[in-house]
Design a protein around this ligand. Structure first.
Ligand code: TXA
Ligand code: MG
Length: 353
C-alpha cells in the first residue's frame, strides 16, 4: 500500500524542533521515519513496538532473520534493554559514544522478538548526529533503525537515496543533507571473549585495539570469499548486500599492476559489448579512457573514500553501466570498511594482481 512520504528539511546542527516534534509524534504512533545519522540514513520505528518494527522489515523488504540496530540517545537507556553489562562495555560507551560503534549485548525481556529477529542478543548504538539524538529523545523510546535502503541496495548517504528506494513506503524523512562518514557503524560483539568485530565500519579496528587490547576480527569482516552461513555470526552477512544493479569486479594489488589489469578488463568487457564503469582513485583516474570513470578520492584519504562509496555505486546504476570495475584500496583505517563493502557488492568477484 502506498502512503504519502513527508519530507522534513532540517539543519543538521540545530534541527528545527517543530519538525523533530512532528517526526517524534509519528514514531510514538508506530509510524516509520527515516533520519540521518553520522554514518548513513536509518529507517526508524519504536523499538519496543513489535508491529512498528515489523513494518520496517516490510517497507525495506528485509528478511526477518536480520535484526536492525537499536538507537539510544543516552548511555543509561541501555540498561533496561540488556540482561547484563559485559566487562569493558561502559568504558567503550564512554570512549566511543555518541559515534559509529554498535555493541552487541545479551538482551532483556522487554525487547520484542521481532526487534532482535528472535535472537537472545541485541545491537545498540548512540549515533553522533544532532537530528538523530533529538528525534530519539523527543520520541521517548529507543529507535530500531536499519539503513534506510531497500534490502540488498547500497546504504543511503543522502535523503534522495532514501526516497529513490522508499518513497511511498514510509511516513516521513528528516532530510539534513549528506551524512559525514558514509559507511555504517562498526559492529562489535561483546558477548564473546575476546570481543569480535562482526562488521568493520565507521570506528576503525585500530582504535578498538588501542582501547581494548584484546579484540578479534571475525573472519567475515575481512572475507575475500563468501563465508558458510554457520560461521557467519552476524545474521546480516549472509544476505545479498550493497549491490548495485550492475555486475562488479574488484581488482586488488599494487597501483601500477591494478591499472594494467583494470585496462585489460575494460578491453575485455568492451569487446563483449558491455557498458563499463570504472571506480578509480585520484591517483589513477586519468589513466582510464572509458566514458564512465569515477574517483573514490585519494588512496591516502580513506575517510573520503568511505564518504563517497555508496553514492558512487548508486551513480553507476543511474549511468546504466553493465559492469563496474573497481580498484581496491588499502585495508587500514576506514579502508577496511570500504573493502568489506566493495568485496560484498562484487559478490566476492575479486581479482588479485
Ligand atoms: O551505521 C549504522 O549502523 C546504520 C545507521 C542507521 O545506524 N545502521 C545499519 O543497520 O547499518 P543495518 O540494519 O543495515 O545493519 C545492522 C547490522 C546487520 O549486519 C545485522 O546483522 C547486525 O547489525 N546485527 C543486528 N543485531 C545483531 C545481533 N544481535 N547480533 C549480531 N549482529 C547483529
Ligand atoms: Mg543495511
Amino acid at each position: 500500500m502506498m502512503k504519502e512520504t513527508i519530507v522534513l528539511r532540517v539543519d543538521s546542527q540545530k534541527p528545527d524542533l517543530e519538525k523533530i516534534a512532528i517526526a517524534a509524534d509519528f514514531i510514538r504512533k508506530g509510524m516509520l521515519v527515516a533520519f540521518p545519522t553520522e554514518t548513513v540514513y536509518g529507517l526508524g520505528a519504536n523499538a519496543l513496538n513489535a508491529e512498528a518494527v515489523l513494518a520496517v522489515f516490510e517497507a525495506k523488504r528485509r528478511p526477518l532473520d536480520n535484526p536492525p540496530i537499536v538507537h539510544v540517545c543516552n548511555m543509561k537507556d541501555v540498561y533496561r534493554l540488556i540482561k547484563e553489562m559485559p566487562p569493558n562495555a561502559e568504558m567503550l560507551m564512554k570512549e566511543f559514544w555518541p559515534g559509529p560503534l554498535t555493541l552487541i549485548f545479551k538482551r532483556s525481556r522487554i525487547v520484542p522478538d521481532v526487534t532482535v529477529a528472535g535472537l537472545d542478543t541485541i545491537a545498540i548504538r548512540m549515533p553522533r548526529h544532532n537530528v538523530a539524538l533529538a528525534l530519539i529523545e523527543k520520541s521517548c523510546c529507543p529507535i530500531s533503525a536499519p539503513s534506510a535502503n531497500l534490502a540488498g541496495k547500497p546504504s543511503p548517504t543522502m535523503a534522495k537515496h532514501v526516497l529513490d528506494d522508499l518513497d511511498g513506503r514510509i511516513d516521513a524523512i528528516l532530510d539534513a543533507g549528506p551524512t559525514r562518514i558514509g559507511v555504517e557503524s562498526t559492529v562489535l560483539d561483546l558477548t564473546v571473549d575476546p570481543p569480535q568485530v562482526l562488521r568493520p565500519g565507521g570506528t576503525p579496528y585500530e582504535e578498538l585495539r588501542r582501547v581494548l587490547g584484546r579484540v578479534e576480527l571475525n573472519p567475515i569482516a575481512i572475507a575475500e570469499k563468501p563465508i558458510p552461513v554457520e560461521r557467519a555470526r552476524s545474521p546480516g552477512v549472509k544476505h545479498k548486500h550493497y549491490a548495485p544493479n550492475a555486475d562488479m569486479v574488484v581488482v586488488e594489488g599494487d597501483s601500477d599492476a591494478v591499472v594494467s589489469k583494470v585496462k585489460e578488463l575494460i578491453r575485455l568487457y568492451d569487446g563483449e559489448g558491455k557498458r563499463v564503469g570504472v571506480l578509480a582513485t585520484d591517483e589513477t583516474v586519468r589513466r582510464y579512457t572509458t566514458d564512465v570513470v569515477k574517483s573514490l578520492g585519494s588512496r591516502s584519504d580513506l575517510e573520503g573514500a568511505a564518504r563517497s562509496l555508496f553514492r558512487l555505486l548508486r551513480e553507476f546504476d543511474a549511468d546504466g553501466v553493465d559492469i563496474i570495475v573497481a580498484e581496491g584500496v588499502p585495508v587500514e583505517g576506514l579502508g577496511l570498511a570500504v573493502m568489506n563493502r566493495l568485496r560484498k557488492a562484487a559478490g566476492y568477484n575479486i581479482v588479485k594482481v
